[in-house]
Design a protein around this ligand. Sequence first.
Ligand code: F6P
Length: 547
Amino acid sequence: MSLISHSAEWAALTQHQQSLAQTSMRELFAANPLRFEQFSLQLDGLLFDFSKHRITSETKDLLLSLARQAGLPEWMQALKQGEKVNRSEGRAALHHALRFRPDSGLPLTGDGIHAKILAVRQQMQQFVQAIRCGERLGYDGQAITDLVHIGIGGSDLGPRLAAEALRPFLTGGPRLHFVANLDGGELARTLAGLNPATTLFAVVSKTFTTLETATNAQSARNWLLQSSSAANVSQHFVAITTNRQAAEQFGVAPENIFAFWEWVGGRYSVWSAVGLSLACGLGWEGFEAFLEGAAAMDAHYFNTPLDQNLPVLMALLSIWYISFWGAESHALVPYDDRLARFPAYLQQMDMESNGKRVSTEGVALDHASGAIIWGEVGSNSQHAFFQLLHQSQRLVPIDFIVSARPSHSLPDHHPQLVANCLAQSEALMWGKTEAEVRAELRANGLPEEEIERLTPHKVCPGNQPSSTLLFSELSPYTLGMLMALYEHKICSQAAIWGINPFDQWGVEFGKQLAKKIVPELISPHAATEHDASTNGLIAAYRRYVEL
Ligand code: F6P
């Protein structure tokens, strides 16, 4: 199969970009007073404004033709039906099935998948209730007060983000803690404030072989067992994994193992038992609302024509900038303290999914796929990296995310926060011309000589594109929608580029090399098998440790 970049639709977009590059968004807004109405969508309380983009109706049509030419509708159907869309690993990608409602009527192939999902959901629900009503006890008969979630990557980022974002909803359950890093500092800091008798560990690992998780779980186990001769692993550890045997070998009681399946990719797994800690914090109803929000986004994605389809439009906008304007990065700026971890979550979701160099058929791409995802909450980020967005020569598309209602009751803050969010997207699009700068300086009474000197420094070119996602409040339901929206957006990008968003062979390569270096750091013999830099660093480390 040939690459999508060799299609007539791709060529048409390349040509269209060249002509549109002569027109600024200011001009596009001036020419079309209905731009906001034409380029915004509303879905279940979520408003997506994409009018501040370098697009016209023609751009939208050409991008939609590209999606059709790339077979996106067929790919969406294959995803929904549980076909093996993860071609390099020969697996389906059924994360959307994890949030299915028994009454949703989603057709799925695959033996008993719904039954399996429902059985684990039931096991989770019982566990959540036992923890929250104090039935689940520690080794000396006290109720569990703290739950430490140990996992990394996809087994950490989603639940950690959701637990932080939904903090106001975490009532009546254990305190939640998350430990991912191989740096023992994170685990040590977490354990320092905890009582082993009332602490439960959830070891979350699809493979149950990931170095970071295995090391942290082992140290947590030692900490627990050293606390008392009565302490035991079976009461204080649960495991969420596809590798039941390894979890049992670790000492987890069979009834405390929660299954998930190879057709759930790690970074798409928060909806499975990987979300158990979150469910313990939220309560079962809250967790179900989170799943329902995601299910609403699934229903929209699978049932809405492409030209009205929110994840598809977001995907096309990203492709537009990466493939046709040469944008290298994409910034995420949530104006919401609770979403501080959203950029980190999307970094894995997007960069691990779309950072690929060959098509699903193994053909080398002749265009970039994926972007560097970065960001930080507003308004903090205004005082950090916004200068570059306003005045450098770089093109950086931005997603602004903002909730109309805050989670707190400090009356003066929220309108100011929202105003800053809207002002930034306006300023970045509109810019400030040389004439405007001169007029402003003149109005301030500056002498002509000073105006001449300052003007070039104060000009802001504008034309920096952004989308704004506005919703009424950040609830479990809204967060579920938002996270599923980005999942579908990212996978749609992959489908149009013709790459596999569900594998991560590069990460596996890095893991292999680390395993080799561990023994070399403690061996009495000098390492000689690496490049000179790596050998030198190993030797230097050993010298420092010996000092
Ligand atoms: O980061 C690489 C990765 O393989 C992710 O895809 C995965 O989410 C993470 O490691 C953790 O893997 P596991 O859940 O098997 O411990």
